[in-house]
Each structure stands twice: as C-alpha cells, then as structure tokens.
Design a protein around this ligand. Structure first.
Ligand code: NAG
Ligand code: NAG
Ligand code: NAG
Ligand code: NAG
Ligand code: NAG
Ligand code: NAG
Ligand code: NAG
Length: 540
C-alpha cells in the first residue's frame, strides 16, 4: 500500500512540474541589494543613488571609539571593492540620462552620517543593544544608542549596494530601515577537537558571522580526540593531548581571535566539556579519569573521576587561566553524554555510591555541583541539557542548551522551572543531508507557543546556536559546509517571524533568491560558501 502511495506521489510531482522541461540559466537568480538577515522594518523605494568612492564620505557626528573607526574602515573597503566587478563603458552618460528621464536616478550618494548617542561599550554581552535606524538618501544616516547597533547597521548598509544590470554602476536604492534582533543570543558552535581548524579559518568564520549578524562564537575547543588549548599553567595537556605540536591555540592566538570578534560585536564563549568527552585530558593526566571495568578487568578510561579532589583542583586552576584569556562572562562547562556505565563499572565508585546512597545520575549531579562554583565569581555557566535532566540544582542565570530529541517538551520543562535556554536541536550542521531550507523554519518560541499557548514562557528562550561538530570537517571544507547553511539559522534568530512562515509550512519563495545574493556576497568578501539551492553562478 505504502509503495503504491509513494508511486502515485512521484507521478503527481512529475506531472505537476513537467520535469522533462529544463530552462537554461540559474535556478534562482540572485536578488540585487536585498539584506540578509531580513530587517524587522524596511520601506523600499525604486529611486536610487550612484556610488562613486571618490565622492563619498563617512562622518561620525557624536560618540566614537576604536571599534567604530575600524568598522568604518572595514566597511568603506567592502563598499568600494567588494560589490562586484564592474564593466567600465563609455556610454555611461547617455545611459544615465535615460534613467533619470524615468525619474528613478536621484544623483550621487554623498555621505553616510553615523550618530552613536551613547559612549561605546568595551565588550559585547548577552543584553547588548543591537538596534539601529538607517535612512538611505544623498546624505544617508545611521543612528543607534549602541556601538553594536552601529556595527549591525553598517553591515546592512553594505548589503544594500548592487551593480546595475549592465554592471556599469554601483547603486543603492532609497530606503528606510528600523532593525533589531528577535533573539539576543545568535551563536555558532565550532568544534576544534575532532579536526584542528586554523586561526585563519576561525577569523574567516567570524567575518561570515558578522555578515549574518550572529553574535556568539561558541568555541568547543577541546574534546575526547584532541586538546589544542595550549595552557601556560598545564602545558602538558596540549603537549600530550594535541594532535600535533603545530595544532594548538596559544594565548596570543586566543587573544587575537577574541579581539577580532569584539571588533565585530561577537562574543567568544569557550567550552571545556566535563566530565565526559575528556579522553584527551587523560593523555597527560590519566589520574583525572575513571578506570572502566568489564568484570574485574580494566578496559580503558572513561569520564573524569568525580570522587577525587585533585580533579577539581586542576579544573579550578585551569578555568582561572581560561577566564583571564576569554573575557566573556559566560563559560560553557558541557556536561553532556557522560558514560555513566563506566562509573557504574568501577568498584571504587560503586563503593562510594553505596557509602553515600547515591545513584550514578546523582554522581553526575554531584560533579556538576562542585565544578560550577570553580568559575570566577562574576561569571555564569552554560550547560548541555543533561545537567538539567539529571536534576542538578542550577542558579537561575545558568543557560541550558537544548540539543536532543523531544525538544519541545524539554524546552517547556526548562522554562517552567524558571530557567533560560539556548536551542540547537534542529540546527546541527553535521547533518550532512540537511540543507539551509531544513534549518530555516524551526522557531523555538513558536514551537513552544503552539503547544502551551503561554506567552510568559517565551522570553526564557534567549536564542540558539548552529552547531558544526568536527567529525567530518577540517580546514579544507569547514567554511563551505557552514556557509550558507548557518545563514538560515542566523535569519531565523534575527528576523521577525513572518505570519506565513511556520515550521510546518513552506518557506516564502523570495528567500531562495535572496540567499543566492547573500551567498555571492559572502564569496566576494572571501568566504567560500557552497551553492545554496541548485544550478547558478556568482560574478566575482
Ligand atoms: C531598487 O530599485 C529598482 C528600480 O530602480 C527596482 O527595480 C528594485 O526592485 C529595487 N530594489 C530593491 C532591493 O528595493
Ligand atoms: C551625543 O552624545 C551625548 C553623550 O552620550 C548624548 O547625551 C547626546 O544626546 C548625543 N547627541 C545627539 C545629537 O545624539
Ligand atoms: C528608530 O526609528 C524608530 C521608528 O521610527 C523609532 O521608534 C526609534 O526610536 C528610532 N531609534 C533610534 C535609535 O533612532
Ligand atoms: C575533598 O573535598 C571535600 C569537599 O571539599 C572534603 O570534604 C574532603 O575532606 C576532601 N577530601 C580529601 C581527601 O582531601
Ligand atoms: C566507604 O566507607 C567505608 C567505611 O566507612 C570506608 O572505609 C571506605 O573508604 C569508603 N569508600 C569510599 C570509596 O568512599
Ligand atoms: C568567590 O568568592 C568566594 C567568597 O568571596 C570565595 O571564597 C571564592 O574563592 C571565590 N571564587 C573564585 C573562583 O574566585
Ligand atoms: C504560563 O507560564 C508561567 C510560567 O511558568 C506560569 O506561571 C503560568 O501559570 C502559565 N500560564 C498558563 C495559562 O498556563
């Protein structure tokens, strides 16, 4: 019966789409001057200005700071050099008169006036203000009370430029934009343990994140397979635990990455996943780990040993160092996929559990309860959902990251307990068969609202993260596997939820054309993104 239905469905599709007719040209020709992620409010007009680098100035009218001056420098370069290769022809004048006869050409773009009305903040944070207003006319204006808003607005401004159809001119249409994010934590997780990712590609990733208005780089820096973090207090951890002595991140590398991110309004949150996913720590510190038994034979090492005080002493010292290198107030302590069966198999831990009437899940809880207070006093933990599931008492400012199946129920449980959460379940980029449309629709607040009809729960969902686990990505393919697939998540987290977008329904067709332009734009700016949807081309 099922086969028959599938058979009929196939034919339905074939007949409906006339599959034997193939049109030449790209499947979805890119738009021109459309913004990704889509602004909250935009009034579009058909009149346009022409951009000429020698006739254009950027002026700041009020507050300024080094983040702002370097952003202006970056975006001036992008606008002058990265909109696309022009074809210089002679007949520009006649052509222009023709256009102006239609009343659409409004002259040259003279200036962008930036008004930042409050002093710059030094480092981006969870509650940073990212709203901005942008008006494009001969003298365009960009205003925001926050440096982070100005940076988002400059990105938008740079995306509005496009080449005329004959590629003679760079144009920008008259428009008004009022914009701000829907979610305040819009992250990308990169795993640098399964494969080492070079600093160059991490910086490129940060560039791409800025183009997509993502604001948190979640650095899953170490795991079972390798320990590339080069500690100064415990150099043996990477000496023994890194894949190779060339595959490490030094203090200088980390400071450079954090500074690069800060200038783009991106936070860098380190994750040191404990007590599971720690095999590489054992290369230099086998005593940290638990001996796993089969019968009365040791068969290997498992998660960190939760009963040894030396475990916590090392973690305290290490975390202290990490937190001086990473200024963000949040720190991810992991807590996922702990091999509890190993703990169960160990005679010493069996005795410990018996003595203290603990279950093995209690042991996990005990571990997390002792680890979280090791963080600096002004800092806040992020944990994977298992830590909540196993009943660890968490402070209200702990962020819980949801990644497993049954995510709607999980989110409702977390929110009802008064906690805040990050959503990732549907945004695993290592799912090779998923393309951007698969990531585009799921909206965590909408999913929770559909089930609960309870508005008061929703603000507790502070955002989400696309997760690029590193099993099948290395330095050669990480950029094109992440982009533009993560762009779908970026738009979901930034843009307003259209009434006609529903995680159960279709994606508006304009999105397919707009992501083509966005992908070409990323490529022009040095991000080797993969084709989003099908046949097509980008002009360099
Ligand atoms: C810009 O204006 C042109 C007409 O000059 C119009 O065809 C086009 O749709 C506009 N583009 C955007 C992004 O508003
Ligand atoms: C300029 O900045 C000052 C200090 O932050 C602020 O009080 C003032 O309102 C700003 N001026 C304008 C025109 O926005
Ligand atoms: C931006 O424009 C909106 C709508 O006109 C207005 O409510 C808001 O106060 C403006 N924000 C800034 C920073 O100018
Ligand atoms: C280990 O630490 C716990 C909790 O701080 C303490 O009660 C216990 O005495 C310590 N054990 C050893 C052997 O130092
Ligand atoms: C369990 O309790 C016994 C008796 O108090 C003690 O000798 C033993 O060291 C304890 N074992 C562990 C692993 O805590
Ligand atoms: C945090 O503050 C408490 C009490 O002031 C202190 O005992 C503890 O050592 C501090 N923790 C860290 C990691 O600095
Ligand atoms: C909505 O959720 C809040 C927070 O958990 C709860 O206090 C309230 O009772 C819920 N309202 C309804 C109608 O279920």
């Amino acid at each position: 019966m099922l086969k028959l239905i599938i058979f009929l469905m196939c034919f339905g599709v074939i007949f409906a789409n006339n599959f034997w007719i193939v049109n030449p040209g790209p499947k979805y020709p890119p738009t021109k001057g459309e913004v990704w992620p889509k602004p909250q409010y935009q009034i579009k007009e058909k009149t346009f200005y022409i951009f000429n680098p020698s006739q254009f100035k950027v002026k700041t009218t009020n507050q300024t700071c080094s983040i702002l001056t370097s952003a202006i420098e970056r975006y001036s370069y992008v606008i002058s050099n990265k909109i696309g290769r022009r074809i210089r022809k002679r007949k520009v004048r006649a052509h222009r008169r023709h256009i102006s006869a239609e009343g659409l050409y409004k002259g040259h773009l003279n200036e962008l006036e930036i008004t930042l009305t409050k002093p710059c903040e030094g480092y981006p944070h969870l509650n940073m203000d990212e709203n901005y207003n942008l008006t494009v006319s001969a003298t365009s204006t960009l205003s925001s009370p926050s440096i982070w808003g100005v940076i988002r607005g400059l990105e938008t401004f740079s995306q509005l430029f496009y080449l005329s159809d004959d590629r003679n001119e760079i144009r920008i249409n008259t428009t008004q934009i009022y914009d701000f994010p829907r979610y305040k934590h819009r992250g990308l997780l990169l795993d640098t343990s399964r494969h080492f990712i070079s600093v160059t590609n991490i910086l490129k990733t940060l560039d791409a994140m800025a183009m997509n208005k993502m604001n948190v780089f979640h650095w899953h820096i170490v795991d079972d397979q390798s320990f590339p973090y080069k500690s100064e207090k415990f150099p043996e951890l990477s000496n023994r635990g890194a894949f190779d002595s060339s595959m490490v991140y030094t203090k200088e590398d980390i400071e450079r990455i954090v500074e690069y991110a800060r200038n783009r309004g991106i936070r860098v949150i380190p994750e040191f996943d404990v007590p599971g996913h720690t095999a590489s720590w054992g290369s230099s510190h086998p005593d940290l780990l638990t001996e796993c038994y089969e019968g009365n034979k040791v068969v290997g090492l498992g998660p960190m040993n939760p009963t040894k005080n030396t475990t916590y002493i090392l973690l305290r010292e290490l975390f202290q160092e990490v937190q001086t290198w990473f200024p963000d107030r949040y720190f991810h302590v992991g807590g996922d996929e702990v091999a509890l069966d190993c703990w169960k198999s160990n005679p010493e831990l069996q005795e410990y559990m018996k003595n203290n009437t603990l279950t093995v899940a209690d042991l996990h809880a005990l571990f997390m309860r002792r680890v979280i207070p090791l963080l600096a006093n002004n800092s806040k933990p992020i944990v994977w959902q298992e830590v909540f599931d196993e009943g660890v008492k968490l402070t209200k400012d702990t962020l819980i990251q949801v990644w497993k199946y049954n995510w709607i129920t999980e989110m409702i449980n977390i929110l009802s307990a008064g906690h805040e959460l990050l959503f990732s379940s549907t945004w695993y980029l290592d799912a090779i068969k998923s393309e951007w449309p698969d990531y585009y629709s799921p909206d965590p607040r909408q999913m929770v609202y559909d089930v609960t009809q309870n508005e008061t729960l929703l603000p507790g969902i502070v955002g989400g993260e696309a997760c690029m686990w590193g099993e099948m990505v290395d330095d050669r393919n990480v950029i094109n596997r992440v982009w533009p697939r993560a762009s779908a998540v970026a738009e979901r987290l930034w843009s307003t939820l259209d009434d006609n977008i529903n995680y159960k329904s279709k994606i508006p067709s304009e999105t397919y054309y707009r992501i083509e332009e966005h992908t070409c734009r990323m490529i022009r700016r040095g991000i080797d993104a993969q084709p989003p949807t099908g046949p097509g081309f980008c002009i360099a």
